[in-house]
Write a protein that binds this ligand. Structure first.
Ligand code: GLC
Length: 546
């Protein structure tokens, strides 16, 4: 693929930032974040090097699953603002060079959606087949239940309808019937509407569930091909980023065929889970194995790498023993764990606030082959508030200042959408304003690292080799593209290490340290405890960023 082709595939070298407008900045002073607040902070995001925003659901919703229960796909929840405000947001983002993608939540609707209200009213209603009904519910396997704290079956009986309906998530989220061509038309209409307004693509929610249990009439991959082809017709460079938490061999199927005719980008869940195992054990091998096990992907596709997201840190692909090691290290209290498979914490608190270790983890994230996706507040080291139940513990207000509610909202703390944490990670200790003034802060470090990452496009589009470092605590990997090699070395232990790396010939090459700019005389590399190095090895005639 030529440089020009690559430049078109913007998602190959993006920095994606996920946020929920509801918790970002409350501009009108009602305790809830709003679009106007986000518009106000677009320059902040552009300034740290974010190139694409991922907005969590913005639609009208009874809000029983933080907006992942939609009642109107064409609207904006009035608590956040208006459609007019949304267009101002898109325009402002575009003006500052930021793309915007939004959650497309079409596995299910809210049970208050007009389609479901109509569907349940009579078996002959034209919306009946928008959902999946049975006279007798098939047996539910325990392992298939996503929210075991609230549900014990994937089927719920509806008195009005006199039948059972499918719901992979909460029972107030009935699954749409993708086998029905009319439903597929509706989804395309919705996507087309937002593309026309100017969004750059979608984070597709709950991908595998969308096409499960819809019967023999539905070819699961057929649907994603259909969606992708529709979207590309409307906007050639629109992105579909899929949430698919499956092992590598099943995951990769959702890219489709070369150059990629389904979802262009998928979260690398298998890598993320082993990254936490490696950090917990101070042993790079689980991560090295996970990286080696990731299959080749179609040329236009990409992995989305992440450390944390808005949900629980799921560890469901680990063995019981491995998961227990992560629990012991990062969330020993039962209250920190969720559904027996995950942790409801953010990274800094899991790592005991040790900034060296936190930076190591994010340095790793930024060098993993793929596109980094960060969750708001990660750039300043925000932690969770365990006093908030369930998964919402990590969805606290953005901490802008050391003032009331972290400068998120002027209202009394009792009226704010969710409370900030107290103690060590409270806004008094962790906030944007303070960190801006400190050149060594997490925020300024992140900004420099993001800048370097974006200048090092090879990391997003090169071929990965995991090196043998001769030391279990150290991960060394090389990403190569067009003769340029980027070497990243990370020490997962708190003890200094020296590793001898064999990276092949460097004759006729310039070798430079990408972070401190210093010389790299040989590849006997010294690393501090939790130390990391990024090194570029390139033919002398190649020109790059200074
Ligand atoms: C996805 C979202 C999660 C939501 C669920 C149901 O897994 O990440 O937050 O609750 O889908 O829409």
């Amino acid at each position: 693929m030529s440089r020009a082709d690559l430049a078109d595939l913007w998602w190959k070298n993006a920095l994606v930032y996920c946020l929920d407008i509801e918790t970002f900045l409350d501009w009108n002073g009602d305790g809830v974040g709003d679009i106007e607040g986000l518009v106000e902070r677009i320059d902040y995001l552009a300034g740290i090097g974010v190139s694409c925003l991922w907005l969590m659901p913005v639609h009208p919703s009874p809000n029983r699953d933080d907006g992942y229960d939609v009642t109107d796909y064409y609207g904006i929840d009035e608590r956040l603002g208006t459609l007019g405000d949304f267009v101002v947001l898109l325009r402002t983002a575009k003006d500052r060079g930021l793309r915007v993608i939004m959650d497309l939540v079409v596995n299910h609707t809210s049970d208050k959606h007009p389609w479901f209200r109509a569907a349940r009213s009579s078996p002959t209603n034209k919306y009946r087949d928008y959902y999946v009904w049975r006279d007798t519910p098939p047996r539910t396997k325990k392992a298939d239940i996503v929210f075991p704290d609230a549900e014990d079956s994937l089927w719920a009986y509806d008195e009005r309808a006199g039948q059972w309906y499918l719901h992979h998530f909460y029972s107030h989220q009935p699954d749409l019937n993708l086998a029905n061509p009319k439903v597929r038309e509706e989804i395309k209409r919705v996507a087309g509407f937002w593309l026309e307004l100017g969004v750059d693509g979608f984070r597709v929610d709950a991908v595998p569930f969308l096409v499960e249990d819809c019967g023999a009439d539905l070819d699961p991959h057929g649907f994603f091909k259909e969606l992708r082809s529709f979207i590309s017709r409307r906007r050639g460079d629109a992105l579909l980023l899929g949430e698919v938490n499956l092992p590598p061999k099943d995951l990769v199927k959702f890219f489709g065929h070369d150059p990629g005719d389904e979802l262009q980008m998928l979260f690398a869940f298998p890598v993320m889970q082993r990254l936490h195992l490696a950090l917990a054990r101070g042993d790079a091998r689980p991560l090295a194995r996970a990286l080696r096990a990731m299959p080749e992907i179609p040329s236009e596709c990409q992995w989305a790498q992440f450390v944390r997201n808005h949900d629980e840190l799921t560890l469901d692909q680990l063995t019981d023993r491995e998961r227990q090691d992560v629990f012991d290290a990062f969330g020993p209290d039962e209250d920190m764990q969720l559904f027996g498979r995950g942790l409801r914490r953010r990274l800094p608190s899991m790592l005991g606030g040790d900034e060296r270790r936190i930076r190591l983890a994010y340095s790793l994230l930024l060098t993993l082959p793929g596109t980094p996706v960060i969750f708001y507040g990660e750039e300043i080291g925000m932690a969770e508030n365990l006093a908030i139940p369930g998964r919402m513990s990590v969805r606290t207000p953005m901490q802008w200042t050391d003032q009331r509610n972290g400068g998120f909202s002027p209202v009394a703390p009792s009226r704010v959408v969710r409370p900030c944490p107290d103690g060590r990670f409270s806004p008094m200790a962790v906030n944007v304003a303070q960190q801006r003034r400190d050149p060594e802060s997490m925020l300024n470090w992140f900004e420099r690292m993001i800048r370097r990452r974006r200048e090092t496009a090879e990391l997003g589009a090169g071929r990965l080799t995991v090196l043998d470092c001769g030391d279990d605590s150290v991960l060394g990997h090389v990403v190569e593209r067009d003769g340029v090699r980027i070497l990243a070395v990370h020490n997962l232990s708190d003890e200094p290490r020296t590793v001898k790396l064999r990276i092949g010939s460097t004759e006729g090459c310039e070798v430079s340290d990408l972070l401190d700019g210093g010389p790299v005389p040989d590849f006997d590399l010294k690393l501090d405890g939790y130390g990391y190095r990024w090194i570029r090895i390139q033919p002398s005639d190649v020109r790059t960023a200074p």
